[in-house]
Design a protein around this ligand. Structure first.
Ligand SMILES: Cc1cc2nc3c(=O)[nH]c(=O)nc-3n(C[C@H](O)[C@H](O)[C@H](O)COP(=O)(O)O)c2cc1C
Length: 270
């Protein structure tokens, strides 16, 4: 009855969901979405899940690449959790379609709203609201676990029609190809001491330290881990972020992210 859970995260919300669900399920293993690009990813579990943040009302680039790297396995029970900040829109429908095209069948797809990490639009909101969302998420994870244990098939969850058409159908498609170069707006202020944490935790190896300052290499996935985890809050994006509060999931630590970075190294050398 083993379950493999593959996750992608910027600020820990999806990682926390993956870990909490794995504990709830019992016989489950979590794996960050790092893989050897020359090989297919084959889960040995009886069930497998994908857990990731919603980005611009759709799937992040990395999740698309990971879904494309999965080995065909029409008999496996696949599920997904799209972690978001209130607008899942048509993200899970997009994933279902993509998996279908790859010979995989998504049997259930859930959305979990958590605090927003999209700092260009502001901070994560009041602390009691963040806590409330975490508590609601714990309840939803219990439901998800029960569905997965029963191997139940359910329609994937989605937003209202206007979101699916306008936000996922139009804005996501218009912005998708611009995402890698959106890192042009990152800059560092005088507090940057060249510690290199941003380079270590960037999941897509898009940061390089030059003369003890980070440079972004225009292969960005906009997970915002660099700006949100910078220990000195020295990384900025555009003009407004000096005034905005940073966010990461309160139960996920920087050391968790740096441990994931070791798996990234392993993914490269495998
Ligand atoms: C580039 C970007 C785009 C986002 N777009 C959406 C969105 O379309 N809908 C939404 O509800 N949340 C959106 N968010 C918020 C995240 O999905 C949300 O905060 C999520 O819980 C973060 O998960 P993580 O901590 O695992 O990275 C976006 C965040 C980022 C960084």
């Amino acid at each position: 009855m083993k379950t493999d859970i593959y996750f992608y995260t910027g600020t820990g919300n999806s990682y926390w969901v993956a870990r909490t669900l794995a504990n709830e399920l019992g016989d489950a293993e979590t794996h960050p979405m790092f893989w050897n690009e020359e090989e297919k990813v084959a889960s040995r579990g009886d069930a497998a899940g994908l857990i990731f943040p919603v980005h611009i009302w759709g799937l992040p680039r990395r999740v698309i690449a990971f879904a494309n790297a999965l080995a065909k396995d029409p008999t496996k029970y696949w599920f997904a959790v799209a972690v978001n900040a209130g607008q899942v829109a048509a993200t899970l429908m997009q994933l279902k379609k993509l998996m279908n095209a790859n010979g995989l069948s998504l049997k259930a797809g859930f959305e979990i709203p958590m605090a927003s990490n999209y700092i260009p639009w502001g901070g994560p909101g009041p602390e009691d609201e963040i806590r409330r969302k975490i508590n609601d998420a714990r309840e939803k994870i219990k439901t998800i676990s029960a569905v997965v244990v029963r191997r139940e098939t359910r329609p994937v969850e989605k937003g209202p029609l206007w979101q699916n058409v306008l936000l996922s159908g139009l804005l996501y498609k218009l912005s998708f190809r611009h995402i890698p170069a959106m890192d042009k707006k990152f800059w560092v202020d005088e507090r940057c001491n060249g510690c290199g944490i941003c380079e270590i935790i960037c999941p897509c190896r898009n940061i390089e330290m030059n003369h003890e300052k980070p440079s972004w290499l225009h292969g960005c996935e906009q997970c915002l881990a660099c700006i949100q985890w910078c220990p000195r809050e020295a990384i900025q994006y555009g003009k407004k972020t000096p005034g905005y509060e940073r966010y990461h999931h309160p139960e996920i630590k920087l050391s968790d992210l740096t441990s994931l970075a070791k798996e990234k190294q392993r993914g490269r050398s495998e």
